[in-house]
Design a protein around this ligand. Structure first.
Ligand code: NAD
Length: 298
């Protein structure tokens, strides 16, 4: 028996990189898989349906069960078609894994609407369209798994404010899905992967990076029966490392009866103070490395 026997999983961005590895792993474990990929260049342009079809052929070549949807995740119709294809082909849908993504890097002070909108649409809306299509089905069947793909960059990014904002949105979307679908037995989690792919080739520093195939088993495990009570989490997966992020919450405060005046805040600000932002420290290291012509370690 395979861990995902009898189940069906729709994976977006499954034509390349991490999504492809997830689709292949789920198929090897017995799931019927929707390979959803628009087959675009890294900036989201020039769609090509061969990309999704090729992975379906690979899965079938290994004896697995898969169907392609070469549609975009950025429309409600696209999201609905991806989920409906799972139902029509395999008779059910048990997991939706939203991996599709693009990059349009630019410093905030130069970023155009044309660099902002497609990145938010592909990552954040493209997760919503698929979650939204799956949610009523999961609610009805009282089971299902939603998995979003975020990034360490959700905590901040120098030259990818669009990508970082989209990835932060995905974390909040998954957390909201986790609480909103909790009483229906539906789980929602995020993966923050680090893996060699055409996208990670853009990272401007030396990062220890695993392979897309290292990320896939964690995703498959979350989709399957052993993880039914795991929800609202963000898991970092890089090579042989799996980590879990903390939950956002207040760490300290200061109080008085009634409203603070500005002078009072000024006098007592250090009581609440600020939390260290590790990325600011990294910027100093990067500036030093740039000055000496090397790449800093992450
Ligand atoms: N590779 C890493 O180290 C890394 C790090 C952090 C986060 N991520 C995230 O993991 C995910 C996968 O990244 P990857 O490195 O495998 O990237 P990739 O570029 O290799 O694959 C992304 C796939 O998404 C597809 N896609 C893009 N827009 C689409 C759309 N509108 N509709 C359907 N499909 C679309 C592309 O055609 C492509 O096949 C992304 O969400 C990325 O942001 C990756």
């Amino acid at each position: 028996m395979g861990y995902l026997d009898g189940m069906s999983v729709a994976v977006t961005g499954a034509g390349r990189g991490i999504g492809r590895a997830v689709a292949m792993e789920c198929a090897r474990l017995g799931a019927g898989v929707v390979v959803a990929d628009y087959g675009v260049a890294m900036d989201g342009k020039d769609p090509d349906s061969d990309v999704a079809n090729a992975v379906v052929e690979e899965i079938k070549g290994e004896g697995g069960n898969a169907v392609a949807v070469a549609d975009t995740v950025t429309t409600m119709a696209g999201g609905a078609r991806i989920v409906q294809t799972a139902v029509d082909t395999f008779g059910r849908v048990d997991g939706v894994v939203c991996v599709a993504g693009i990059l349009r890097e630019r410093m905030l002070f130069n970023m155009s609407e044309d660099e902002w909108d497609p990145v938010i649409e592909t990552h954040l809306k493209g997760t919503f369209t698929v979650f939204r299509a799956a949610a009523p089905i999961f609610r009805e069947q009282k089971s299902g798994t939603m998995i979003g793909f975020t990034s360490g960059a959700y905590a901040g990014s120098v030259a990818q404010a669009n990508y970082s904002a989209a990835k932060g949105g995905i974390v909040s979307l998954c957390r909201s899905a986790a609480v909103g679908m909790y009483k229906y037995g539906v789980t929602a989690n995020c993966i923050a992967p680090v893996a060699k792919s055409r996208m990670s080739g853009q990272v401007p520093m030396e990062l220890q990076m695993g392979e897309p195939e290292d990320v896939a088993p964690m995703v498959a495990w979350l989709v399957g029966p052993a993880a039914r009570n795991v929800t609202g989490q963000v898991y970092l997966v890089n090579g042989g490392h799996i980590g879990v992020y903390n939950q956002p919450e207040e760490v300290r405060g200061m109080d008085k009866d009634g409203r603070w005046t500005m002078d009072e805040i000024s006098a007592r600000f250090e009581e609440v103070g600020q939390e260290r932002m590790g990325m600011i420290d990294r910027l100093d290291a990067m500036a030093q490395a740039a000055a000496s012509g090397t790449k800093p370690n992450a």
